[in-house]
Design a protein around this ligand. Structure first.
Ligand code: SDX
Length: 428
């Protein structure tokens, strides 16, 4: 187990005439958790907390999020610092290993990424059998699962492969799979990774280069992609990371475990929100830009409409990632001399929501997905690839949590329930 901090204070729980003391664990950032690991043994009771709103599922050293103060740090380093000083590849190494790589480590890791950037040729033909229009997220999670048939031995029991090789293969091969899926979807020949290009430049080249229209790799495009990937690289115990930790706790092959995380991320309430934001902004644009109408719809309890890209389970203030992405979005569009009317609508929507009591009372602010899609549009990424971009970036986070969970000797995840169904009865 991750050596948990010693309890220095206790909570007293009284049930009927029974009174027990429960240790209060205090994290390095002052978070306090009541340790109930012996609750059922001492009282016969379990706790109930649907969607785990109040429940810490584990101890972790990877990422710290403070939702009240809008703080996000990877291994203690603020993301505001990382987007200025590190690349996505160095940030991936930091998440998986706990420290930023020195020049030699970075060279070795980059070399591994290059060596594992090719897709097994037998897998290339898998693309021919997906129906036209298949969503790239479904293709991606299927192909990642298929990786476990080519590399079956990457699981917690054997771990016969070094974590660096598995990390490199996932981060690099999945990037190739994503670009191939896009090329297949537009009927163009796939573009192979190049040894001479760094991670983000390689991805853009694989996406947009073509034999008849060579792609010019612009530094601004590579830089903004690095920023976006760094900001999406991890976010502690979100839905998809929890899926990875849960599936991985059964000692499932790493690639199948990551495939489970990929599926969770594809939901519109999670990673799928960046695509849903653009669809929402387009709907408002088609409706004459009537922002007030959609603000009112989002407040209407009888409507299922939600302001996509707004709100967050943890952030009750502005998502620090959204602050950076909004600034970078303005800068990038200016640099690329491109105007996007959806950005104007997004800003109008944000301004109206942040002044509205309904959103203020519920601490609803723009999250990481609110502005990211506008940058992807300016890069030429199609909307159905937006969540794929999120997934590529989140791979190092998922791997880091899988590695930490396995390394801590975590038992299989198996929560309890409170049964409220029919009691014993004979058949009707
Ligand atoms: C990501 O967990 C992570 O860290 C995720 C993530 C990561 O990096 O991994 O940060 C990435 O998934 C960001 C979130 C992307 N999703 C969206 O943008 C979808 C729109 N947002 C919501 O659906 C919602 O805000 C969630 C899903 C993000 C959070 O939902 P919660 O915590 O379950 O909050 P809730 O649904 O209980 O809402 C609380 C109240 C409700 O109103 P009341 O019942 O109190 O009257 O706020 C309202 C909700 O109706 N509300 C919204 C709203 N989000 C919440 N009302 C309108 N529009 C919204 N977007």
């Amino acid at each position: 187990m991750l050596d948990q901090p010693e309890a220095t204070e206790f909570a007293v729980l009284r049930i009927g005439d029974q009174e027990i003391q429960l240790p209060i664990i205090v994290g390095t950032e002052g978070e306090r958790g009541i340790d109930i690991s012996n609750l059922r043994k001492y009282t016969g009771c379990v706790t109930i907390d649907p969607s785990f709103v109040n429940t810490a599922a584990c101890y972790s050293r990877i990422t710290f999020v403070d939702g009240e103060r809008g703080i996000l740090r990877y291994r203690g380093i603020p993301v505001e610092q990382l987007v200025k000083s590190a690349s996505f590849v160095r940030t991936a190494y930091l998440l998986v290993h706990g420290y930023l790589p020195d020049a030699e480590c970075n060279r070795k890791f980059s070399d591994l990424l290059n060596r594992h950037s090719m897709l097994h040729e037998d897998m290339r033909h898998f693309f021919d059998n997906f129906p036209h229009g298949a969503h790239p997220m479904h293709i991606l999670s299927t192909m990642i699962n298929a990786l476990s048939t080519f590399y079956p031995n990457v699981d917690s029991l054997s771990m016969s492969e070094d974590i660096d090789v598995s990390t490199a293969r996932l981060i690099s091969t999945v990037r190739t799979i994503a670009a191939f899926a896009y090329k297949k979807s537009i009927g163009e020949p796939v573009v192979y990774p190049r040894r001479d290009l760094p991670y983000c430049a390689n991805f853009l080249n694989m996406m947009f280069d073509s034999p008849v229209n060579p792609y010019e790799i612009r530094e601004e495009a590579v830089n903004i992609l690095n920023v976006l990937f760094i900001l999406h690289a991890d976010h502690e115990q979100n839905c998809s990371t929890t899926a990875v930790r849960t599936v991985g706790s059964a000692q499932v092959n790493l690639y199948s475990t990551i495939s489970a995380g990929m599926s969770a991320l594809s939901g519109p309430l999670h990673g799928g929100a960046n695509q849903a934001v653009i669809e929402m902004l387009k709907m408002i644009q088609a409706d004459g830009g009537n922002v007030r109408k959609y603000i009112d719809m989002a407040k209407d309890r009888s409507s299922t409409f939600r302001l996509m890209g707004f709100g967050h389970r943890v952030y009750k203030t502005y998502d620090p990632r959204a602050v950076i992405i909004k600034e970078e979005c303005h800068r990038f569009l200016e640099t690329m001399h491109c105007k996007d009317p959806l950005l104007d609508i997004a800003m109008e929507l944000e301004e109206a929501a942040l002044k509205d009591d309904f959103f203020i009372a519920r601490h609803l602010y723009p999250n990481v997905d609110f502005y990211s899609g506008i940058i992807y549009r300016a890069l030429g990424i199609p909307e159905n690839m937006f969540t794929v971009m999120f997934a590529l970036a989140r791979l190092p986070g998922w791997i880091a949590h899988w590695k930490e969970m396995i390394g801590a000797g975590t038992r299989i995840t198996r929560p309890r329930q409170i049964y409220i169904g029919k009691t014993y009865r004979k058949e009707d």
